[in-house]
Design a protein. Structure first.
Length: 84
């Protein structure tokens, strides 16, 4: 995302929260921008996971049938679970 490009928009916010933000000199635009970026990133991740769910399931099924191809050299705490 281009952080230099800004666009004005209108938001409807809870009056009490907005008053408190002003009292504490919270930059509402910056908070809204950060929250929006976070929500977009989460939605993008969820979409990617959904779009790739079949590939993850196929990989898991392959591992169930064949084990992990590096199981003999894995040194992680969970390595033992792949050696069957």
């Amino acid at each position: 995302m281009n952080t230099d490009a800004k666009r004005k928009t209108s938001l409807t916010l809870d009056a009490g929260a907005l008053d408190a933000a002003r009292e504490f000199q919270i930059n509402v635009s910056a908070v809204a921008d950060a929250a929006l970026r976070s929500a977009v990133a989460k939605a993008r991740q969820e979409r990617w996971l959904a779009e790739n769910a079949d590939a993850f399931a196929a990989q898991a099924a392959w591992h169930e049938r064949n084990g992990h191809p590096l199981a003999d050299i894995m040194a992680t705490p969970g390595a033992a679970t792949w050696k069957d």
